[in-house]
Structures are given as structure tokens and as C-alpha cells.
Design a binder for this molecule. Structure first.
Ligand SMILES: [Zn+2]
Ligand SMILES: [Zn+2]
Length: 161
């Protein structure tokens, strides 16, 4: 057992970032890799793990981000800051998950649009019923549920992925 752990640690150490090409040091990419996850517990007791960006309604458009709740563009450097804004947090409460879609985590973000937290996409309200039946959505939803089984808050310290 101990030997096994030692071996694994050694393997981790033996794969340094040295072989990465120099041009990959763009800081915008790092934020995507460092994406944090949030565990959500629904009223019915169901647990799901979604990325922090999805939870906050922040979608990636090209090289920048957009908060679909606040309807603003966010520069990468300010993404985490944006999540902490009072106005943004108010909107998280103002646009709760639509009860009838329960674990599909659909937020109604304005009169005509909804946001799917599972897929991190927006769509017209009329398309939601269709959307939650798509293979892609079902697959991502299942993954979010499975992740909840293995989710550990200590993931922040786990660099193996
Ligand atoms: Zn926002
Ligand atoms: Zn979806």
C-alpha cells in the first residue's frame, strides 16, 4: 500500500510541465484548466456537481466570457471577481432554477430566454423542453450526478487532473 502511494507520487513528480511548448503560457488558458466545481443539493435531496462558471451563468464566447444573468461581457482576469459582485449575486437569487425542470437546473433569465446550468448554454424558453431531452444534455446531467458521488471538497489540492 505504502509503496503504491509512493510510486504514484513519484509518477506525478516525474511529469513536469517542462515538455509544454513555450507559447502555452497565455494566462487566459490557465483559468479554464483551473475551473472549480460546485456541489449543489436540490430540494429533493439530489446532488449534482457543476462547474463554478456554469453555476454563475458565465459562458465562454471566443476568448472572453459573458455573464448571461447580468448580460455583460467579462474579461478573463475579472471573471472570479465578477462572481463575487453583490449585483451578480442578487441576480442568482432573482433567477432561480425553474421548479418544473428540477435537476435540469434551468434558469429563466428573461422573458424569452432560459439558461441551462448543466450545459452552460442559453436558449429560448420555448426550446427548453426539447433541450432537456437531447442526448447531450442527458449525458451531461448524468455526469453531473455521478460526479456528486465522487466529489471531494479537497479537489483544489489534487493536481493529478
Ligand atoms: Zn453576473
Ligand atoms: Zn442542458
Amino acid at each position: 500500500m505504502n509503496i503504491d502511494l509512493g510510486k504514484r507520487d513519484w509518477l506525478k513528480m516525474s511529469t513536469p510541465a517542462l515538455r509544454r511548448p513555450k507559447f502555452s503560457k497565455g494566462s487566459d488558458k490557465k483559468n479554464v484548466v483551473d475551473q472549480q466545481f460546485i456541489i449543489l443539493t436540490l430540494k429533493n435531496g439530489m446532488k449534482l456537481v457543476v462547474s463554478s462558471d456554469s453555476f454563475h451563468g458565465i459562458v465562454m464566447i471566443g476568448k472572453t466570457f459573458r455573464c448571461v444573468l447580468c448580460d455583460v461581457e467579462i474579461e478573463t482576469a475579472f471573471k472570479e471577481h465578477h462572481k463575487s459582485l453583490v449585483e451578480h449575486k442578487k441576480l442568482l437569487n432573482k433567477f432561480p432554477y425553474v421548479t418544473e425542470f428540477s435537476e435540469n437546473l434551468i434558469r429563466q433569465i428573461n422573458k424569452i430566454n432560459c439558461y441551462c446550468t448543466i450545459c452552460n448554454v442559453t436558449m429560448g424558453s420555448v426550446s427548453v423542453m426539447l433541450h432537456i431531452r437531447t442526448d447531450e444534455h442527458i449525458h451531461k446531467l448524468n455526469r453531473a450526478i455521478l460526479r456528486a458521488d465522487t466529489y471531494k471538497p479537497l479537489d483544489v489540492n489534487n493536481n493529478s487532473t
